[in-house]
Design a protein around this ligand. Structure first.
Ligand code: PMP
Length: 428
């Protein structure tokens, strides 16, 4: 199947109008025109199984979100410099989902802004500037946060006083995951001391999405976080990817690690597509910050944003989506492990709930990433109307991250289709 004339024109127009910073997925670009639940549709009426998108977390075009947003939009949509019950009701509901020490929330529109604010708070509270991130982190697009996002590529300069540590080990590599990660943080702290830099923040995506998806063993983050705190820094959990029930065990990714962060950021799935994001922290940190600096985000915490976010929390609860992420996720992972018996290219199956990474390796060796094969699998699935992507430093980790209502039938369709695609991949 080749690019039809209409899509070729769309691609050319896109290049002309949006420029080369915008990258498309797939050899054969995908052009959806509508969506519902876990399905996307193209103009020819074909349907595509969405095993990738985490923003429409409660399902594409969920009626309750649409109704909440349109209703609020027709009543009132203004900002946080007027009194509003909606923002306070939502703040209470959101904070109830956190350990009691995390008792305050500030609203933004994007995950990037939430991380940017978190870094400002951490620098202000610690008086330090040193920030630790992982080797292939992604945290967003502002200048500060792009400098903390090496996955944007070597053309993006790292920020000042930014120290990158290795991503966690895969447990199958045999080392002690917690000790190895803590050792990386210890090394970065030593380097900070050598350079006379005071620590401000250890910032990690709690599911390590762009690094290749690392979830196990639960608790492995705790020793590194403890070390960093003892050195005077704060731990920021970036929950933009892992948050809102996706990991299927608890509501937030950090809870897998049995620790309470100093600051938590969230976004993407929070409004099911309506832009709403937030930073949660402790009042001692935010009181200090607030004394030094005013904060106002024009659209952040607006009535409509809060209506969307409230609907999302309601739906996650009423439809048992955390539970579904766990059961469907377990089923998928077990199916993938079973597939690895007949497809030795499947070197490791990682992840939690409906955030799954499948590392493809040649000869089962972690130093022989099957990068081309991974691209072939992603494109092969797309040709068979299933959407996933890839991540990791060698782009050899299948990234499976569907909307949370993904059911057993859809998981089985993904598994059987992956089985047939893998049969077309030559064994290296
Ligand atoms: N943090 C993580 C872990 C992310 O994956 C992303 C977005 N992909 C962001 C932050 C930035 O969020 P946004 O695109 O809403 O600015």
């Amino acid at each position: 199947e080749r690019l039809d004339d209409r899509d070729r024109e769309t691609v050319e127009k896109r290049d002309r109008l949006l420029g080369p910073s915008y990258r498309l997925f797939y050899d054969q670009p995908f052009h959806p025109v509508s969506a519902q639940g876990v399905w996307l549709h193209d103009a020819e009426g074909r349907r595509f199984l969405d095993a990738y998108n985490n923003v429409p977390s409660v399902g594409h075009c969920h009626t309750r979100v649409i109704e909440a947003v349109t209703k609020q939009m027709s009543i009132l949509n203004t900002h946080t410099r007027y009194l509003s019950d909606g923002v306070l009701d939502f703040a209470e509901r959101l904070l109830d989902l956190f350990p009691s020490a995390l008792d305050r929330v500030m609203f933004t529109c994007t995950g990037s802004e939430a991380n940017d604010l978190a870094i400002r708070v951490a620098k202000s509270a610690t008086g330090g500037s040193g920030i630790i991130i992982t080797r292939l982190a992604y945290h967003g697009v502002t200048e500060t946060i792009a400098g903390l996002s090496p996955s944007l590529g070597s053309g993006v300069p790292p920020g000042r006083d930014v120290f990158a540590v290795d991503a966690p080990l895969d447990p199958r590599q045999g080392g002690d995951v917690a000790a190895a990660f803590a050792l990386g943080v210890e090394g970065a702290l030593a380097e900070m001391r050598r350079q006379g830099v005071r620590p401000a923040a250890l910032l990690v995506d709690t599911i390590f999405s762009s690094d290749g998806i690392f979830s196990d063993p639960p608790g492995f983050l705790a020793p590194a976080v403890q070390l960093f705190r003892e050195a005077g820094g704060l731990f920021i959990a970036d929950e933009v990817q892992a948050g809102f029930g996706r990991t299927g065990d608890r509501f937030w990714g950090f809870q897998r690690h049995e620790l309470t962060p100093d600051i938590v950021t969230m976004g993407k799935p929070m409004g099911n597509g309506y832009p709403v994001a937030a930073m949660v922290s402790r009042r001692d940190l935010l009181d200090d910050f607030g004394k030094k600096s005013r904060y106002f985000n024009t659209f952040g915490g607006s009535n409509v944003a809060m209506a969307a976010a409230t609907a999302v929390l309601d739906i996650i609860r009423d439809e048992g989506l955390v539970e579904n992420a766990r059961t469907t996720g377990d089923h998928l992972r077990n199916g993938l492990i079973a597939l690895s018996q007949s497809h030795p290219i499947i070197g490791s199956v990682r992840g939690a709930g409906l955030f799954i990474g499948v590392e493809l390796l040649r000869g089962g060796a972690f130093d022989r990433p099957a990068s081309q094969e991974t691209a072939a699998v992603v494109n092969g699935l797309r040709e068979r109307n299933i959407l996933i992507s890839a991540s990791g430093p060698n782009a050899n980790v299948l990234k499976i991250r569907p909307p949370l209502p993904f059911g057993i039938a859809e998981a089985d369709l993904l598994l059987s289709t992956l089985d047939s695609v893998l049969q077309t991949i030559p064994v290296a």
